[in-house]
Every structure is written in C-alpha cells, then in structure tokens.
Design a protein around this ligand. Sequence first.
Ligand SMILES: Cc1cc2nc3c(=O)[nH]c(=O)nc-3n(C[C@H](O)[C@H](O)[C@H](O)COP(=O)(O)O)c2cc1C
Length: 182
Amino acid sequence: MAKILMINGSLHAGGFKEQLVNQIVALIGNRAEVSILDWGNVPMYVQNQEFPAPEIVTSVRKSVQSADAIWFVTPEYNYQIPGGLKNLTDWLSRSLDETNSRAESAIHGKITTVSAASSDGGSHVRPILEDLLAFIRTNVIRENATGVAIKPNNWASGKLDFSDDDIAALNRQAETLLVQLP
Ligand SMILES: Cc1cc2nc3c(=O)[nH]c(=O)nc-3n(C[C@H](O)[C@H](O)[C@H](O)COP(=O)(O)O)c2cc1C
C-alpha cells in the first residue's frame, strides 16, 4: 500500500492545522498508509553540523525517504512559510553525500502536495511553498491544492469548521494524489 507522510507546519497541539491534518487522514482512510512526521525537535540548520547530521534530522530524513508522497499542511505567517517549516525543508533539501553537494537529498524526487488553513485559505503561502518544493527537486502536484479558510467564529471556538466545499476540495486533492501513487 502506498505511504503518505503528512508534514504539519504548525506545532500547535490541537490547533487548526492539526485539525486539518486529522481531517485529511480520515478522508484518505484505508486508501493509503498515512503517518504524521514528528519534527518539532529539528534544530536550526547550521552548515558545519551537517555531517554527521543530528540524530533527529537523520530520523526525519528516513521517514521522508520511506514515503511515496509527502502532504504538507501549512500555516501562513506574514504571507510566508513559517520559519520552522522552512528550516525543516532546508535540512531536507541538502545532499546526503558529503563529497557531492549536488547528490540526492532525502526529499529529491518525492511526490508532494500542499494544503493550507489560514484566514483566506493560505492564498499567499501555498504558491510560495509549492515553488520551494519544486526548487528542491520534488514532483509537486499543484492541481487541486486546497486552502481551507478559517471562519471568523473559529478563532473564538478554536475549532476549525469544514464546509461541504472544503471537504469536497480535500477529497479532490486526495484523489489527485492517490492516482499518482503505486
Ligand atoms: C507570526 C504570525 C504571522 C501570521 N500571519 C498570518 C498571515 O499572513 N495570514 C493569515 O491568514 N494568518 C496569519 N497568522 C495567523 C496564523 O495563520 C494562525 O496563527 C494560525 O492559523 C493558527 O493555526 P494553528 O492553530 O494551526 O497553529 C499569523 C500568525 C503568526 C503567529
């Protein structure tokens, strides 16, 4: 069965992005083996700490390498990719071969897709993250990428409400991804 790795760009336990990840996991159901990356302890990237890489970086890279596809769920911070998620992609973008900086990275060639949840569905951050994922040599599926808008009353309740359109869009994104997988 195909393996999908979810990367949540927010570390906010119980937050909107966690709710979005859980919704995606539920709607994929048994159509793929889905796991969620635990990346909260990845340190800031520092060039002279790459070889050997910190243990947590090696572990995160292994999870990425063993996945057929990576589904990113991102917040939007000041119209941008949040710093923590950008730092993680920087680690993932780096060559695994100390003698050849252009050799394969852990994420090279992976199928990727992006969803966001923010006030307007992450209309600014989604294309920025997609461009980054293309730049680091992943195969980004941009078709049917979903932005879930956080509705005004969701801020008070802390609960992300999904409209029927949100669910339909997420299902389309899941189907678009699943047909690409082994
Ligand atoms: C530094 C910072 C910048 C933010 N910038 C934006 C933004 O540009 N657009 C937006 O819709 N929300 C913005 N937000 C709100 C975040 O989207 C909000 O914190 C997030 O949706 C909460 O999601 P979470 O519970 O998944 O962490 C910003 C939040 C922070 C902390």
